[in-house]
Design a protein around this ligand. Structure first.
Ligand SMILES: *Cc1c(COP(=O)(O)O)cnc(C)c1O
Length: 380
């Protein structure tokens, strides 16, 4: 077998497209390089000729795409001499910050909304030794506090307002282009703070030959940290489509929402931090925003798990729920290629999964006959 060097994370891989130096000490857990899985059974079931791929970001080291941004944010924080990082989080940012801070040997402070984060994420933040501050308030309140305290204490904010986060996250678009040989026609994502949809657009623009005038504009998102050098390889860019949870959909309402609510806790955000950027992404890419009910989100999560063997968390399923609806209606036409980002791993939120899988467990006596009966009565 030909020798292939060990994969050492996305900063090493895309070093020439990221704001790092040759002697930068890289804080990595081998993030990125996640599978792009082509759906087989769901497209057949809905009877549409569409190529749907899911980018399974739940397979990052801490189980969400946040690792792509966190490897950059913590690497730069350490390079700049910071001894502590801080974030507000609906769960996954805190898990990633905790793990990368542990790796770097610095302290992570995480502010989470009391009672509104999935158990797996809380377990991660605690296990990696971060200081968990559970606030009586939602993510938006936590974000406000983080900004205030960072102005007065020596801590680096690693929320997506940290420009290095988006730089790391843009690499997901690079990976997709490298696997497909082109950009997809549509790229669908769940939207909370809208950092990730913005980061993907930056990535697609940097890889696009036809985007000469747009590159500078896209790169204004990253506040000058982009190292785009003009090495264009593909001619197309996707329409970017952002789906929100209906109870937490400021982009649909056209204004901030004060009391967001949804089962998809990772996108329970009423005051998106990348508000202006995301509107620009929609406009430049020709895409759109839409909303999905909690029922649609959970149905898509279950469908994906049962028909394709892929387990994502509820927020992640918003991308597929919305895409399937738009494919069925023809808004996304037949013949298209579609990538849906599955932002986080289903194992993060076992409570929600178990609650909607009632009847999935049968209790029987430990004897041959009842086992046999259960098998014969339950074949697909
Ligand atoms: C953070 C997160 C999102 C939202 O991403 P934004 O960049 O805030 O829009 C969606 N899904 C999961 C699982 C997340 O952790």
């Amino acid at each position: 077998m030909p020798f292939r060097p060990r994969y050492t994370g996305l900063i090493d891989k895309y070093r020439d497209r990221l704001p790092v130096h040759d002697d930068t000490r890289i804080i990595s857990l081998g993030e990125g390089n996640t599978p792009l899985i082509r759906l087989n059974n769901i497209p057949r079931e809905i009877g549409k000729e569409v190529d749907i791929y899911v980018k399974y970001e739940g397979l990052n080291p801490t189980g969400s795409f946040k690792d792509r941004g966190m490897t950059m944010a913590v690497t730069k924080a350490v390079e700049e001499g910071s001894r502590a990082v801080i974030c507000a989080s609906t769960g996954n940012t805190s898990a990633a910050a905790a793990a990368y801070a542990a790796r770097a040997g610095i302290t992570a402070f995480v502010l989470i909304p009391e009672g509104k984060i999935a158990m797996g994420k809380l377990a991660q933040a605690m296990m990696h030794g971060s200081v968990v501050l559970q606030i009586r308030g939602n993510f938006d309140a936590g974000m406000r506090l983080v900004k205030e305290v960072a102005a007065e204490a020596p801590v680096t904010i690693v929320n997506s307002i940290n420009p290095y986060r988006l730089q790391g996250q843009k690499t997901a678009a690079f990976e997709i282009i490298e696997e497909l040989g082109r950009a997809p026609d549509y790229h669908c994502l769940p939207v909370g703070n809208a950092g990730n949809i913005t980061a993907h657009w930056i990535g697609y623009c940097e890889y696009s030959a036809a985007s000469g005038d747009h590159v500078t504009e896209a790169c204004s998102f990253c506040k000058g940290h982009c190292t785009y050098a003009g090495g264009a390889i593909v001619g197309n860019r996707p329409k970017m489509v952002g789906y929100q949870a209906a109870g937490s959909a400021p982009f649909m309402r056209g204004h901030m929402v004060d009391d967001p609510d949804t089962v998809a806790t990772a996108i329970r955000i009423g005051h998106p931090q990348s508000w202006d950027q995301a509107w620009k992404v929609r406009e430049e890419s020709g895409g759109w925003f839409d909303e999905c009910s909690d029922e649609e989100i959970l149905a898509a999560q279950k469908l994906l798990a049962r028909k394709e063997g892929v387990f994502c968390e509820p927020a992640s399923a918003a991308s597929l729920a919305g895409a399937l609806r738009d494919i069925k209606s023809g808004k996304i036409p037949e013949g298209s290629s579609v990538v849906c980002t599955l932002t986080g791993n289903g194992l993060k939120d076992p409570d929600t999964a178990i609650a909607q899988s009632q009847g999935g467990v049968v209790t029987i006596d430990a004897a041959l006959e009842p086992v046999k009966a259960a098998i014969l009565g339950n074949m697909k």
